[in-house]
Design a protein around this ligand. Structure first.
Ligand SMILES: [Cu+2]
Length: 157
């Protein structure tokens, strides 16, 4: 009786090949980890007569740690501040927000009725159809220069 090792040798080769492919995506994920935050649906509600505009967006955190939005600035507006609308019985008021936490593997919406980015003192004429840029700074050191689509109130109702 003779024992041939050739079949098991090629099995080992096949296993090595399979493991090689299995590890490749893991290495890729580790490299992409530097960018925890991405921004979806970024838009600005424009108002006429130089009234303050409001920026809205959804922040998505792909990492396993919470990340805070800590600062906002804009090349297009002199002032960009994160506000929260809070209701006080029948009235509503805006309060300043120092930081907004994006939960690990979660998201937070800056959306009408909740948060907004108050945009004042436009540095140039801004009109519906334009794109403005907001620079979002996060507690992990990440800075995102994000395009926001400018919409008229009629486009957003
Ligand atoms: Cu406000």
């Amino acid at each position: 009786m003779s024992i041939k090792f050739k079949p098991s040798a090629s099995l080992a080769a096949a296993l090595t090949l399979t493991l090689g492919f299995a590890f490749a995506p893991v290495a890729q994920a580790a490299g992409a980890d530097a960018r925890a935050i991405s921004v979806k649906n970024a838009w600005v509600r424009w108002l006429p007569n130089n009234l303050p505009a409001a920026g809205y967006a959804t922040l998505v955190n792909a990492s396993d740690k919470p990340v805070d939005l800590v600062d906002i600035s804009s090349a297009d507006y002199g002032d960009a501040m994160l506000h929260q609308t809070v209701s006080n019985g029948s009235s509503q008021k805006m309060v300043m927000v120092d930081k907004l936490t994006v939960p690990a593997h979660g998201q937070v919406a800056i959306s009408p009725g909740g948060y907004h980015v108050m945009l004042e003192n436009a540095k140039h004429k801004v009109a519906p159809g334009d794109t403005v840029h907001l620079t979002l700074k996060f507690s992990d050191g990440e800075t995102l220069d994000t395009p926001f689509a400018v919409k008229s109130p009629a486009q957003t109702n």
